[in-house]
Design a protein around this ligand. Sequence first.
Ligand code: NAP
Length: 276
Amino acid sequence: MQPASRAVGGSTSAPPLPRRPLALVTGASMGIGAELARVLAERGHDLVLTARSEDLLRELSSELEVLGARTHVLPLDLAAEGAVAVLVAWLHEQGLEVDVLVNNAGFGTHGPTLEAPSERERAMLQLLVQVPVDLTRALVPAMRARGSGRILQVASTASFQPCPGYALYAASKSALLSWSNALHHELRGSGVTCTTLCPGPTATAFLATAGHRPSGLQRRTMMTARRVAELGVRGMERGRPTTIPGLFNRLGALLATRLPRTWATATAGALLRNRD
Ligand SMILES: NC(=O)c1ccc[n+]([C@@H]2O[C@H](COP(=O)([O-])OP(=O)(O)OC[C@H]3O[C@@H](n4cnc5c(N)ncnc54)[C@H](OP(=O)(O)O)[C@@H]3O)[C@@H](O)[C@H]2O)c1
């Protein structure tokens, strides 16, 4: 059984959210995002679900409605030009005020960084950094005006050191963690908190999409998306700046930030090689 997560750094108390708060989850069609939506619905939230796969979103929406959640579905390619503006305009049209923003949508590219297709790398950078920043900037002012709100950014243990094999992915997740921790600090006293969830290897479609064949150790220490989601929501509800789910991942993050950077980089590169 995986141990409970340990939050990193001090938390900021946030006032309780409305009786049926509305949570927007990006990348909700599968994996960690779908589990985050399930956990939030079980905890009394209504949901806005977005990703590209409309059928999967509608299936999840029906499942969550049975749990008593009101759901809204918007199929959207968030990496496309102007996608955040489309999403924000749609929320206004529907009269939806978001209390909880979960920036989860993402994918990784695996392999030598100079050989990665540049179009795909650009889309990844957009989805992992610019989209969460733009969505957060668009939705936080109303949360501040109401004096309550929560943001959950899904980063990674790749945020803590350079990762040969996942070079730009790890750099993107580092940028998201750094920006989000700074934002959490700037929001102190506003009633709004920004928590960054840093999962390690998790059993979803992520690795197959990235073209990464994991090692036996990675397979053995892989967490379920459900457990990651439960611990992420718990960290967010406690107003933590950072939450790393699982003892193994916390130890890895601790080592990565204590070792000389060249050693941490070489270790990550060795661990993240493709295995047969
Ligand atoms: N699994 C891991 O080992 C792991 C570890 C650390 C961090 N993470 C992070 O966790 C987050 C979720 O990944 P996951 O593991 O749950 O992978 P996943 O099962 O592949 O899910 C990725 C989600 O992102 C959505 N998405 C991808 N491209 C999109 C686009 N252009 N526009 C809108 N939505 C898009 C996908 O939906 P559609 O395909 O329907 O658009 C899907 O819902 C990512 O940010 C990832 O970096 C994962």
